[in-house]
Design a protein around this ligand. Structure first.
Ligand code: ATP
Ligand code: LTN
Length: 333
């Protein structure tokens, strides 16, 4: 590889992607492709920490790849692969499990949330989820990990594990940094704007799926919860303004314009007008991605070829780190 810095990220094929996933993660990956060597994966091994229907998981994994490409990730520039097709991830995860403390994992917010939501299936994989994620990142000697705000705690534990390992064995891993987008790092629910927009929200009005009909998307935005004050103004941290703050952030993320500039343009206008404008901007942002997606998803051969190439390439790179680790811990190689 050349001397460009390395980017690694991924999304789980656990459901239809939301506008939050798109704006918080994937959209930002596109612009990084020229400046960095980028590796983007479909994190299917993380997905089975929650029970899945096998046929759906298989289908959604390729759909996610099609969506990456439709969003502008170029398979000629970036490495795209399916996590389970590269055995180095599970292999490094096992080793790192032995260098991670139960106490550290117990503090993870996502584990607490998910074990509360899936009380019938609190499995060991859910608990060690951040260790597999650390393996994903560390295998590629990653410099930056572009993710939404909710994942920063997982990046922190990844750094802690890497530093601990390096402390024992010398410089084996590059210490990665999280990379947050300027806007869109935390898109909130349209119905409960104090909660993050999530694809597993039981109320579909709370989130916008990238697969929703464009008319449905517009309707969901128009029925977003706001307040009775009637003022279009961004007030960070003010719970009364959570709905309007969210719509301003969404507008900013889809248009690339600053929040203040947008707020100034709509100051004095009614919420109805503003929501109409946000709805139109979001639809125009999603429309071209959807059109590309509809075209790409039909070509299964193209998609499976990309996965095969990505699995091979990513394994080659990952192997270098894995070999070093195996040697350091004392395995015969
Ligand atoms: P779930 O809600 O089922 O736990 P999720 O919607 O959080 O899943 P992930 O696959 O866990 O989806 O996340 C993929 C990427 O999208 C991550 O980088 C995450 O930080 C980002 N992301 C998720 N939700 C949002 C959001 N509401 N706003 C901004 N970024 C988000
Ligand atoms: N936990 C992440 C998905 C994920 C990931 C990664 C992101 C798994 N492994 C490595 C960045 C780097 C999530 O978005 N829920």
């Amino acid at each position: 590889m050349d001397d460009k810095k390395i980017i690694f990220s991924g999304v789980q094929p656990s459901g239809n992607l939301t506008l939050g996933n798109y704006l918080g993660a994937i959209k930002n990956w596109v612009s990084l492709q020229d400046e960095y060597n980028c590796v983007y994966a479909m994190m299917d091994m993380h997905t089975i920490t929650v029970r899945q229907t096998p046929a759906d998981l298989r289908r959604r994994t390729l759909e996610l790849l099609a969506l990456y490409i439709a969003a502008g990730i170029d398979p000629e520039k970036s490495i795209l692969f399916i996590q389970s097709q590269n055995p180095a991830h599970a292999e490094l995860a096992w080793v790192l499990n032995c260098y991670t403390y139960m106490g550290e994992l117990n503090r993870m917010t996502q584990f607490k949330d998910k074990s509360a939501r899936h009380a019938e299936n609190i499995n060991a994989g859910l608990f060690t989820y951040p260790v597999l994620m650390a393996a994903d990142i560390l295998l590629y000697q990653t410099d930056y990990v572009p993710v939404g705000k909710d994942q920063m705690q997982h990046i922190e534990i990844c750094r802690d594990i890497a530093e601990r390992f390096n402390g024992l064995y010398g410089d084996v891993f590059k210490i990665p940094e999280g990379m947050l987008s300027k806007s869109g790092a935390k898109i909130m629910s349209l119905q409960e704007p104090e909660k993050k927009m999530s694809k597993s929200d039981p109320n579909p009005k709370g989130y916008i799926s990238m697969m929703d009909d464009l008319n449905v998307i517009a309707k969901k935005i128009k029925s977003a919860v706001t307040d009775s004050e009637g003022k279009i103004e961004y007030r960070e941290g003010d719970p009364a303004k959570a709905g309007i703050n969210n719509l301003l952030s969404i507008m900013s993320a889809v248009t690339g314009r600053g929040i203040e500039e947008i707020a100034a343009e709509y100051a004095g206008k009614g919420y109805g007008d503003f929501k109409g404008a946000v709805a139109e901007a979001v639809v125009e942002c999603i429309r071209p991605v959807r059109e590309e997606y509809d075209r790409i998803i039909k070509d299964k051969q193209y998609l499976t070829d990309i996965c095969a190439k990505g699995a091979e390439l990513s394994y080659k790179i990952a192997q270098r780190t894995l070999k070093k680790v195996y040697k350091k811990v004392g395995f015969v190689i």
